[in-house]
Design a protein around this ligand. Sequence first.
Ligand SMILES: Cc1cc2nc3c(=O)[nH]c(=O)nc-3n(C[C@H](O)[C@H](O)[C@H](O)COP(=O)(O)O)c2cc1C
Length: 162
Amino acid sequence: MSDILCMYYSRTGNTKKAMEEIAQALGAETVEIRDGVERSGWKGWLRCGMDAMRKTTQPLLPFQTERPLSDYRLVILGTPVWAGRCSSVMRTFLKEHGGQLRAAAYVTTRASGGKFQEVYDQMDLYVPGGHRAAVSLRSGSVGYAFWQEEFLRQVREILGEV
Ligand SMILES: Cc1cc2nc3c(=O)[nH]c(=O)nc-3n(C[C@H](O)[C@H](O)[C@H](O)COP(=O)(O)O)c2cc1C
């Protein structure tokens, strides 16, 4: 049973891929979260954009972790960037459970050139200790593998001291 949890939301698979690779490298447990909202297609895209801009949240569908959230040494949270913010699904998770995390790290995925590092500060509002490491990945970009590896290096360093 791992004491590192990779928890993520992914609408179109980019964040899922990044988190599965990270989890495999760390031997971590992975858990995907969703809410009950239909988010596929162009209507879903619009809904996601509106939810992100308005910071509206909907209840999550039930999910299960092997340990209570507060027992993990590190919880790595993965989310796409939506309209310069974290996805509203991840926002719901953070609102409901952010206070239970002993140590957190963030993985964001995005489509454009900017890194949207302000998303980390937004997520920190829900996590009392803030984040210990973070990375912003752009699928298919030249630096993708480099930054993912650099994130893993930071996480391994943290795990030596957490
Ligand atoms: C509603 C919506 C808003 C988005 N806004 C941004 C944005 O502000 N900046 C950006 O770089 N990418 C933006 N994207 C693109 C996603 O962040 C990117 O494709 C991400 O990797 C998708 O992750 P996923 O496949 O795990 O859902 C947006 C996507 C959606 C659906």
